[in-house]
Design a protein around this ligand. Structure first.
Ligand SMILES: [Zn+2]
Length: 326
C-alpha cells in the first residue's frame, strides 16, 4: 500500500524500543529530503501526541494546523527558505499572506482566527497531496497510518511508537530541531555562518598527515581496499577512516588505513564490506606488536579487537547499512 495511493495502514506488529530508535536513526540520517516537509510533519505529530483520541487517531485539521503554524513562523515570520526555492506549502503560505495583506512580523498564533483558517485552506490541498503521507514509507507504517480519502480522513499512531514518543519526547524533539536547523542553514545563505557545522567539527583534526607517514613508512605501501601501490604523494595517498568518521568522531590509528584516492573518495561515508574487518583486525595486530608505535600513538594501549568488532556491529544500528567494496 503506497502512501501515494492516499492511505496506508498502521503496521500491526508490536515494536521494541530498539527497533523504533533504529527507524528514527534511518529517518534522520538516511531518508531523502528535498525540503523540510518531513521534519514539519514529525513536529506536528509530536505536538499532537496528547490530542490523539482513544484509538490514537488525529484529524487532518489537527495535523494541518500544527504544520501550517510551523511553516508560517519559519517562512513568513523568520523569512527562511524551506528548499532551494519556496515551493509547495511554503509558496502557498506566502501567497495567502500576500492576498490578505497580513503583517509578516506576527506569529501564526497572533493572526485572527479567520486569517488562520484562510492560510490553512490555501495550504491544505498541497499538504494532502505531498505532506501527510510523507513519513509513511520512511517508517514503514511503524510511526503512523493514515487515510486521506474523502470519507475517512485520519492519522493513527502506532501504539508502541506513540508510547515511545511520549517517553522520549524531549530527546526526539531536540534531534528533530537540530536536523531541521541543519537543513534550513543549507537553503539560507544569510544565516550560513554555520554555527552548527562549527560545533560539529571542533573535534575534527586538521590533518591526518602524521598517520600517513607512520603507516606508509612501516606497513602499508598498497591501498588497503584495492591493492594498488601507493607512494608518499599527498594527492594520491589518502588516510581513510575504516569506520566512518561521522560515526566514530575520532582519529585512532587502529581505525586508519591508507587507500588510493579513488577508493577513499568512492568509499566516502560508507562502511567497508565485512571481509575488510578481518583484514584490519589482522593489520592492527602488527601495529600493536611495534613497540615504537605503542609509544607514539597512545590509542593503541586501549585498543582491543573486540572493541572494533563491536563498533562495526553498532555502526549498522547507527544507519551505516550499506557495505562498500571497491
Ligand atoms: Zn584503492
Amino acid at each position: 500500500m503506497s502512501w501515494k495511493s492516499g492511505h496506508g495502514r498502521v503496521n500491526s506488529h508490536s515494536l521494541e524500543e530498539d527497533e523504533i530508535w533504529y527507524q528514527f536513526t534511518m529517518f534522520f540520517y538516511k531518508s531523502k529530503k528535498t525540503q523540510t516537509y518531513k521534519f514539519g510533519l514529525l513536529k506536528a505529530l509530536i505536538e499532537n501526541l496528547y490530542n490523539a483520541d482513544s484509538r490514537l487517531q488525529l484529524t487532518y485539521e489537527q495535523i494541518g494546523y500544527s504544520f501550517v503554524k510551523t511553516y508560517w513562523n519559519l517562512v513568513v515570520r523568520h523569512g527562511l527558505k524551506q528548499g532551494s526555492q519556496n515551493s509547495g506549502v511554503a509558496a502557498a503560505v506566502l501567497r495567502a499572506r500576500e492576498e490578505r495583506q497580513l503583517p509578516i512580523d506576527l506569529s501564526f498564533d497572533q493572526l485572527q482566527a479567520g486569517d488562520q483558517v484562510y492560510v490553512l485552506e490555501c495550504a491544505k490541498p498541497i499538504m494532502k497531496k505531498y505532506v501527510f503521507g510523507a513519513l509513511y514509507s520512511d517508517f514503514e507504517g511503524k510511526l503512523y497510518g493514515f487515510d486521506r480519502r474523502k470519507q475517512s480522513q485520519y492519522f493513527q499512531f502506532h501504539p508502541d511508537s506513540h508510547l515511545f514518543l511520549l517517553k522520549y519526547q524531549r530527546l526526539v524533539t531536540d534531534l528533530l530541531n537540530y536536523h531541521l536547523a541543519k537543513m534550513i542553514e543549507q537553503y539560507n545563505p544569510v544565516i550560513r555562518e554555520f554555527l552548527l557545522e562549527k560545533v560539529e567539527s571542533v573535534a575534527q583534526r586538521e590533518s591526518l598527515h602524521p598517520y600517513r607517514e607512520i603507516l606508509l613508512s612501516r606497513f602499508e605501501n598498497s591501498c588497503f581496499y584495492c591493492g594498488k601501490s601507493l607512494h608518499l604523494s599527498q594527492k594520491q595517498t589518502h588516510v581513510d577512516h575504516f569506520i566512518p568518521w561521522s560515526f566514530i568522531q575520532s582519529d585512532n590509528i587502529w581505525n586508519l588505513v591508507l587507500s588510493c584516492k579513488s577508493c577513499n573518495l568512492n568509499k566516502s561515508d560508507k562502511l567497508p564490506d565485512y571481509n575488510y574487518l578481518e583484514r584490519i583486525l589482522e593489520r592492527n595486530e602488527y601495529l600493536k606488536a611495534e613497540p615504537v608505535l605503542l609509544y607514539e600513538d597512545r590509542s593503541l594501549y586501549n585498543y582491543r579487537p573486540e572493541k572494533l568488532k563491536l563498533l562495526y556491529e553498532y555502526s549498522e544500528q547507527n544507519g551505516f547499512e550499506e557495505r562498500w567494496s571497491p
